[in-house]
Structures are given as C-alpha cells and as structure tokens.
Ligand binder design. Sequence first.
Ligand code: PLP
Length: 404
Amino acid sequence: MQEVGMSSKLDNVCYDIRGPVLKQAKRLEEEGHKILKLNIGNPAPFGFDAPDEILVDVIRNLPTSQGYCDSKGIYSARKAVVQHYQKRGMLDLDVEDVYIGNGVSELIVMAMQALLNTGDELLVPAPDYPLWTAAVSLSGGTPVHYMCDEEADWYPDIDDIKNKITPNTKGIVLINPNNPTGAVYSRDFLIEVIELARTHKLIIFADEIYDKILYDGAQHHSVAPLAPDVFCVTFGGLSKSYRVCGFRAGWMLLSGPKQLAKGYIDGLDMLSSMRLCANVPMQHAIQTALGGYQSINELILPGGRLLEQRDKAYELINQIPGVSCVKPKGALYLFPKIDTKRYNIHDDEKLMLDFLMQEKVLMVHGTGFNWPKPDHFRIVTLPRVDDLEMAIGRFERFLSTYHQ
Ligand code: PLP
C-alpha cells in the first residue's frame, strides 16, 4: 500500500485542546501516572450529574427512538428550541428554523461548510474556542481574528473589528459567554456589533452554549432577539448547562431575513440530510431540559459549587507571582496571563508540556485558542476546590524554578 498522508484540506486546521499535550498525557497514563485533566469543559467526570428528569426522559423514549428521524431533528425538540427563544422575545420563528445536531460542534462545521468559498473571510475572536477557526479553515474560508482586550474585561475591541471588515467578510462570530475568557457581553456592546453587521451586511454567528452559566448577577443577552433585521445563526446545547456533553445534543437557530439566505439554507438542508440525522434518543432530552426546572442555578448562585470553584481558582491563580487573571463572569474557565519576561517563556505549548511532565497536570496553552502571544493558558474550573488547590499549587511550584 502507498503511504497515506493527510488531506491538504487540513493544512491550516488546528484543534489543540485535544492536541499534542493531550497525547502526551495519554502516554503518561499508559505508563501508570495519574493525570489531573484540566483541559476540557466536560462536567461529568468532575462529579456533576445530569438532572434525573433528563435521564428518565431519554430512557423512556429509547424504545421508540430506533429509527432515523427528520434530518433537522424531532419535532418536540425543535419546538422546544423555538419556544425557548420566543420567551426571549423572538416572535418570527418556526420549527423549520431549527436544526438539531450531534452537539454544537457538528453544527458549527456544517454552518461553515455550507457558507464559505475560497477567499471568503469570517471574523473570529482572539482568543476563541478553536473549533471556530478550525471550521472556517476546513471549509476553505479565511479566519480573520479580531482582538479581545484583557484590560477591558476581555471585551472585543470594536475598532479592531471595524478595521478588519473587508468586501470579503461574510460574517462575525460572537462567543458569549466566552470560552476561554469568561467574558459576558452587555446589551450595549451587542448593539454596536449588530450595527456593524447591518452596515456591512454580515451574518452574526452567535455561540451561546454557556448562556446559563453566569456569575455575580451577570445577565446573558442573546444577540438574535436584539437584531430582528440581521441574519443570525444562534447555537446552543445541553452539553454544559445540563452537564451532558456525552449526549451530543445541540441546536442551531436561523433568524432575521431568511428570504435573503435561501441558497445558504438550501446548503444547510443538504448537509443536514447527508448526515441523515442527529442521535435520536438524546434529542428527547431537549424539551425536558429547556422547559423544566433549571438546576444549573443551584451551581452558580451563592453557595453553588461552580461559583465556589471559580472563586477559589481565581484567588489562587492571582496569588502566583507573575500570573494574573480577569475574573470570569460566565462559562467554566480562567484564561490567566503569565509574565513571560519574568519566566523567559517564548513557547507556551512547551510550557504546558513541561508542566505536564513534571507535575502531571494537563492544561491548554493560550496559542491553542488562537491568542497571538505565548503568554496565556486556560484552566477549567470544574474540579473540586481540593483538586484546584493541588493543581494550581503545583503550577506555582513548577513556575518558581522554570525558565525556557
Ligand atoms: N462552543 C463552545 C464555545 C464550546 O466551548 C464548546 C465545547 O466546549 C462547543 C461549542 C461544543 O459543544 P458541544 O458539546 O455541543 O459540541
């Protein structure tokens, strides 16, 4: 057989959250080491259980979920998504505007594949959840990164966005609440972005998968209800707020002037048909999750585990000499900054690999989130306080003698 190489389509595609550092962690595990994994936002392994009623719903519906369903999803799940956004003030919605996917991940790739031609540009935040950049590149488009400003609570720099719009710009991605920074955007900021989208005829892609994971009274504003005249594609799912990442249940909602996007919608329909449908049993969880009691509130309000862990991680990180962090207002991560001069760091992936080898803790380097400088890393706030103390304590010890 001939040597088999990777498709050139993947030349510029990168997803470091499960990249070389994770491979090294797996090797260490095979050698018998216990690795504390703070690299992915997967609540279940940290003892966060899904609400019982969601599990019961899936089990109950299992016998009748043996066949394929409509490519865009089962009716009850799509209807529940419509009602969820109707409650947020969006009136002109129909079940046909909703696509259910095997997680938001599948739908992000689909949304990019159906849209982009070579040379098309999409504005993506830096730092970003790297699937966005990867999906744009895989689809033949060009990701153009707009900068988020750490000094301004990680809000995007609106002037940078404006300066990066060209005649080739098709749309802008907003991740709100943000992974990895934890920023939650105000209504006023969203209105500024909507204004830009209106002027330059951009599609807004709103990744709102963390919309219910909010701290300190932060409020989440969905962008689509604020922009009824702008074509918006909104993403949400069960993975984070309902702690069922493994169910792979997410949705995508189209809103605004859909009549102008007929061709694009035909493309989405075709891609959606080509994968036949999303996992059917798990779609039954969507109606129950969205409509029922929102148990996530017990975790994020005062006394809640997620809030306590965020507070502890933030406090400990900021105590490390030369490390500082903006307090996240939402999501499940911290994105701290390291004084690279103090520690003479110029390769953040090597930093994370060296830390893994020495201290057996896995975190992700900031450049893995398309951040341009090697001076950040991401840590998840899902572990219990004891584990956070151990992991961050080990990082402090490691850094104190580290030089590249
Ligand atoms: N979008 C963001 C911002 C995420 O952080 C993640 C997962 O971490 C996803 C999408 C993918 O979620 P899903 O499990 O629904 O594929």
